[in-house]
Write a protein that binds this ligand. Sequence first.
Ligand code: ADP
Ligand code: MG
Length: 153
Amino acid sequence: MKSYDKTLNSFEQTEQFAADVAGQVTAPCSIALQGDLGAGKTTFARGFLQALGHKGKVKSPTYTIIEPYILADLYINHFDLYRLGDPDELELMGADEMFNEHSINLIEWPEQGEGWLPAMDLWLKIKHLEQGRHFSLVAGSDKGQAILSKLGK
Ligand code: ADP
Ligand code: MG
């Protein structure tokens, strides 16, 4: 399976899609969220986190860059690299420790961390449509490929 594609017409559908993906993900896993401002990256992260038990708000960590969540036995880190000056700043923030065998990482604006970020298991590419959004989930590793296959069933 090359990619798993969906056209979704509301933020509720985006959250449900994120919950479906979350249901197939185990740590370690890194997911890049790509798309323009307002595409739905944070909406996806919110649905993903809430599906795994987070209660309350999920905002893009635009200024803090990294927002860590601990949910039961899961470590989920939500990155928003939009305002990152240089990929090496991630090192100074201790981000390398956040990519470990127990963590799931959701990364908005991964382009900004290129050269420093480890390999992604999944790439979610979001495109604005006249109505709604098109989502294309592409694997970057065997693990990502296995997740795609499960979603396709
Ligand atoms: P980003 O993090 O990519 O900048 P956000 O998730 O913060 O984007 O904002 C996306 C906006 O689009 C929100 O207003 C959200 O309610 C809306 N939205 C999310 N998914 C969809 C969808 N599938 N169809 C229409 N609107 C959507
Ligand atoms: Mg965002």
